[in-house]
Ligand binder design. Structure first.
Ligand code: ADP
Ligand code: ZN
Ligand code: ZN
Length: 724
């Protein structure tokens, strides 16, 4: 039995008294006594840790009961073991991740709703609210009381009154079923390269064995349309398919396209689901009823009994890397899942990661290229604005060429988009009298001003305080000044310069959730905005037909992250994606990138559109530095509230690293973000050649360490993406 706790071992239990042992197949969920508590466990088919030792059968406690919940398929057990081994996470934690739908394990509450009773006499007292409610209900559909009240714009009391008068009747709401999807629904006609790509992907699905295909094509080249055909083929085989997208790209636009291709919506899986929806979808997947899941990274851990295809769209997106609890890279784990399940995996991107490029070049992945935009529209014409030569006026952030381009675009009735990957109003607040900079008391980071809320926020720990009137250090009044721009400040400048324009500001802290986000995106598509200002949430997956100009406010921003070997790649991907939003339909697009360093290779690659030259250079840098994918990296982060304790522990751990001629242990060094939430952090970086078993090395090292006690914490991050 394995329990969803931070342990790497199984426990033995006797079968429950009144259940047949045969019902306890591997993967079954059971209730077991665990210390003073009763907990949910899973029947595991091999012992782990101390779990294999024989124990006196008389002392063995029995399982309390077998839960009436679909069990985990055997492949899920193997997948969990693989992830635990690779990420050096206790298996119980991986299991917990696979159970992340609490309501599955709670008793089902039957839900009741109300339905119209046709032919009943009018209620004794007919009020306008009652009339509205009856009008809303007379279509005969079953609705929850609250939903009907909402629809009629009245209180649930009115609904109750109509139940009492016999005009509505209470009925159980039937359990929802997944929509029927049809593979033959409205397929596109494909020409040339698209048709070849479709053939290849269909062939991969037909082969029913493991393969990885990199589907590489500019935005608008039809990657989505092409991989939909692989999904359709998988449906025809009667197997399940998963499409993984970065959370933010799960827009209604995508869902709409899915629906018109398959005649129904997919099962969606993302953080905005209600607990009840999570439970429902988890069960649909486990019973094989959900044929296609479209979801964020955690959708990979759903209990698919017959998964036959995984698509990872925007495969380069760093949102696929999870950085807390279980540290995993979902794109890489999707490939692992494909190899365990013997099915094809498709990685799609307009700017594939260096890792996937190298895998395609060495033949490990198939490489399918869609070279041009389907609509025939040209890629946008991108130019740099040299901020040294043409700076904005003092206290402003938009240079004269960018303002001129925006003016022209507005006059043409087209949309402009300004991109700045910085939330808030200003990244730094400074006292004019004494020069004091306001820092987070718990982190080594400046507080960011958010003017809409009139607060200073820490973007690392969530600490927040009202914008102070006087300097917290010297007490001088009214001397606090905002330094540098965030999106809110750019919006302020735009409002001043273009008072007649309709401006939309898109930033994750201003949009409460995915639902609201979908709404805003829809309004932009419908042309209800002239100027869009946004952080990286505007970069992904949207298609704005009337967008003609993209302005990058600070092209150099992402390059400043010195310690991060992927900084160049990431900046290139982001800038390319954002500028690629322009001119997707009938409008000619252009991009303007404001930079202090127009000669930088990343800027040159963006301007010339010469992706190959950029890739060549990046690949060489990685190869020379033995960086991924040519080498393996792992980060160990040691933290404690006490600075010295953290430092001493980090040095001690480094000293105990087993000697290896081929594995380098770098550091410890104080983390660039040295303090987060009051914890001092030290980092070690482990570098190994690709062919070495890094996990075995780390396990030997970590197992021999004295116990990590008290306030000390040690985090292992295999294949790190964050270097702060
Ligand atoms: P990508 O995923 O590469 O960005 P999409 O699949 O979103 O590209 O395609 C871009 C646009 O072109 C979409 O509006 C899509 O519906 C359309 N499109 C692409 N291929 C075809 C096709 N074969 N037939 C009809 N429309 C297509
Ligand atoms: Zn001061
Ligand atoms: Zn903080």
């Amino acid at each position: 039995m394995l329990l969803p706790v931070a342990l790497d071992q199984t426990y033995d239990y006797a079968p429950p008294p009144d259940t047949e042992v045969a019902a306890l197949v591997p993967g079954s969920f059971v209730l077991v006594p665990f210390g003073p508590q009763t907990r949910i466990g899973v029947v595991w088919d091999r012992p782990l840790g101390d779990g294999g030792k024989p124990i006196d059968p008389r002392k063995m406690k029995p399982v309390t009961s077998l839960l009436d919940v679909p069990g985990l398929p055997e492949l899920s057990l193997r997948f969990a073991e693989w992830i635990a081994r690779y990420t050096l996470t206790p298996l119980g934690m991986v299991l917990r991740m696979m159970m992340s739908a609490q309501s599955v394990f709670e008793p089902e509450k039957p839900r009741f709703g109300v339905r119209y009773v046709a032919g009943a006499a009018d209620p004794p007292r007919m009020t306008p609210a009652r009339q509205r409610t009856l009008d809303a209900a007379c279509d005969g559909l079953i609705r929850a009381r609250a939903a009907l009240a909402d629809l009629a714009g009245c209180s649930t009391g009115v609904v109750d009154g109509l139940v009492a008068s016999g005009n509505l009747v209470e009925v159980a709401i039937p359990e929802r079923r997944p929509a029927h999807l049809s593979a033959t629904h409205a397929a596109n006609t494909f020409a040339d390269e698209q048709a070849r790509a479709v053939e290849l992907l269909r062939g991969a699905v037909d082969a029913r064995n493991f393969s990885v295909t990199l589907l590489d094509g500019v935005t608008g080249s039809g990657k989505t349309e092409v991989y939909f055909e692989a999904v359709a083929r998988t449906l025809e085989q009667g197997r399940q398919a998963l499409v993984m997208l970065p959370e933010i790209a799960l827009t209604s636009q995508f869902m709409g396209r899915f629906q018109s291709r398959f005649g129904g919506p997919p099962a969606e899986w993302h953080s905005a689901l209600s607990p009840a929806d999570r439970g429902r979808i988890w069960k649909w997947v486990a019973r094989g009823e959900a044929r296609v899941v479209v979801g964020a990274r955690s959708a990979l851990f759903l209990p698919y009994p017959d998964l036959g295809l995984v698509i990872v769209d925007e495969e380069h997106d760093t949102g696929f890397k999870q950085e807390d609890r279980v540290h995993y890279q979902a794109r890489d784990m999707a490939v692992v899942r494909g190899s365990l399940g013997a099915f094809p995996v498709v990685l799609a991107s307009a700017t594939p990661s260096i890792e996937s490029h190298v895998n395609a070049r060495t033949g490990r992945y198939r490489h399918v290229v869609l070279p041009g935009r389907y609509s025939g529209a040209e890629m946008p014409d991108v130019k740099a604005v040299d901020l040294k030569a043409e700076p904005p006026e003092k206290g402003r952030w938009l240079s004269p060429p960018l303002v001129a381009a925006m003016t022209g675009t507005l006059a043409d009735g087209r949309q402009s988009l300004l991109y700045l990957n910085r939330r808030g109003y200003a990244p730094l607040t400074l006292c004019r009298s004494c020069g004091h900079r306001i820092e987070c008391p718990q982190c080594s980071a400046w507080l960011v001003e958010h003017r809409f809320r009139n607060r200073l926020n820490c973007h690392h720990c969530g600490f927040s305080l009202p914008v102070p009137e006087r300097c917290p250090k010297c007490g001088s009044e009214g001397g606090m000044v905002a330094c540098g721009p965030g999106v809110e400040r750019v919006a302020e400048e735009v409002a001043e310069r273009f008072p007649e324009a309709r401006v939309v500001l898109l930033s994750s802290d201003l949009v409460p959730g995915l639902v609201e986000m979908r709404d805003i995106i829809k309004r932009i598509e419908a042309g209800e905005a002239d100027i869009i200002i946004g952080t990286q949430i505007v970069a992904k997956g949207h298609h704005f037909p009337n967008l003609a100009l993209v302005g990058i406010v600070d092209g150099d921003l992402g390059l400043a992250q010195g310690a991060d070997p992927r900084a160049g790649e990431r900046t290139f991907q982001l800038l390319h994606q954002v500028t690629g939003r322009a001119g997707r339909a009938h409008v000619a697009g252009r991009g303007l990138v404001q930079t202090y360093d127009p000669a930088h290779p990343v800027m040159q690659a963006i301007i010339s559109g010469d992706r190959e030259a950029f890739l060549e250079r990046e690949i060489q840098v990685r190869q020379r530095g033995m960086l991924p994918p040519y080498g393996r990296l792992a980060a160990l982060i040691v933290s404690a509230r006490d600075k010295q304790l953290a430092e001493r522990a980090a040095r001690d751990i480094a000293r105990r690293a087993p000697f290896s001629e081929r594995i380098a242990v770098l550091g410890p060094a104080e983390a660039p973000l040295a303090v987060v939430r009051g914890r001092h952090r030290w980092r070690l970086l482990v570098k190994a050649p690709r062919e070495l078993d890094m996990q075995a090395y780390l396990r030997a090292w970590l197992d021999a360490l004295p116990p990590i006690k008290g306030d000390l914490r040690l985090t292992v991050d295999i294949d790190p993406y964050g270097f702060l």
